[in-house]
Design a protein around this ligand. Structure first.
Ligand SMILES: [Zn+2]
Length: 338
């Protein structure tokens, strides 16, 4: 099959690889219908995370089940399925508490930019759609595998409530999906922090009521101007840098909450500053599985259209161009079709 290997920073190749095989009765093999490049894939691509040896890439996927192990009962061959970037049995204590991304049997997906993918913990990970989805819904369904599920978790973690004021820090695909989530959860005012015209436009289409293009102290001052001088009820941090986390904490009102879903790189929080801020913090890898049935329903009924974050579609063989386009910010997010 065709798959994607990173050999070194900047060196992504589409190659012929062996087809995946079943390794446990709890596995499934899917034929990929669509996959994509994630902002977090750019960390090794840019050399910010080391690439010690060549390895496969990709953790976002929708596909059709080809084969299931003898212990798999919830999905069957021929079904169209979506799963999280983190697999889960959906039965352990962490799963039952809604933290499937902390499942005791969790395995992170890492081979999805390929024609076929082995899914561990298939029973608790994959959710089938009700029949074959309309092809027009496939990009939106694909976002549920990570970016839309992660944006949703940012809003839940930041405790967005009806009537609330929410700030979204970050205008990548997750940040844009977080705007959708804040709107769906009833935020009355949604302030998107973005410096790029095309992304500001999409954030507005997704429900942002205000755009703040300033950063740092000026950005905080603008948020305070818009929130009676105290900061927002809920701040959704969707970047993961020290700067963005500081931005998020300083933009939140006393008693408000930050949901942080950007994978931290160089984030340090001073205890005394946190202590006096009266801000609640919750984050981590999103328990996407918790939200999948609801989000699938919202996509299939046309309630949300997060697939609009894909502004580049390529054949899987041209995956390297997808990385380049996202690295150079020519694309928000690249969808790949086998
Ligand atoms: Zn579990």
């Amino acid at each position: 099959m065709r798959g994607t290997i990173i050999h070194a920073p900047g060196d992504i190749r589409s190659e012929q690889l062996p087809d995946p095989t079943m390794t446990a009765g709890t596995d499934a093999i899917i034929r990929t219908v669509a996959t994509c490049v994630c902002g977090s894939d750019l960390w090794p691509y840019r050399g910010i995370e080391p690439v010690d040896h060549p390895h496969p890439m990709g953790h976002e996927y929708v596909g059709v089940v080809e084969e299931v192990g003898d212990q798999v009962t919830t999905v069957r061959p021929g079904q169209f399925v979506i799963g999280s970037f983190a697999t889960s049995d959906n039965t352990c204590a962490n799963c039952r508490n809604g933290y499937q991304s902390a499942c005791v049997r969790r395995e992170f997906m890492s081979t999805c930019q390929a024609e076929y993918v082995r899914i561990p913990n298939a029973d608790g990970t994959l959710v089938a759609t009700d029949g074959e989805p309309d092809p027009a819904h496939v990009p939106s369904l694909l976002t549920l595998s990570d970016v839309m599920g992660t944006g949703w978790y940012a809003a839940v973690a930041a405790e967005v409530r009806p009537g609330a004021t929410a700030v979204v820090v970050g205008d990548g695909a997750v940040g844009l999906c977080a705007v959708i989530a804040a709107r769906e959860l009833g935020a009355e005012r949604i302030i998107a922090m973005s410096r790029h015209a095309d992304r500001q436009e999409l954030a507005t289409a997704f429900g942002a009521t205000d755009i703040v293009s300033e950063r740092g102290k000026d950005g905080v001052a603008r948020i305070k101007d818009l929130t009676e001088g105290i900061g927002a009820d809920s701040v959704l941090e969707c970047v993961g840098t020290g700067e963005s986390m500081t931005q998020a904490l300083r933009s939140t009102r006393p008693g408000g909450n930050v949901g942080f879903v950007g994978v931290p790189h160089g984030v340090e929080i001073a205890g005394d500053r946190l202590f006096f801020s009266h801000v609640g913090l919750r984050g981590g890898p999103a328990p996407v599985r918790r939200f999948l049935p609801d989000l699938i329903d919202r996509v299939m009924t046309g309630g949300i259209d997060p697939g609009r974050v894909f502004d580049l579609t390529l054949p899987l063989a041209e995956v390297a161009e997808g990385y380049r386009a996202m690295d150079e910010r020519r694309a928000i997010k690249a969808l790949l079709r086998p």
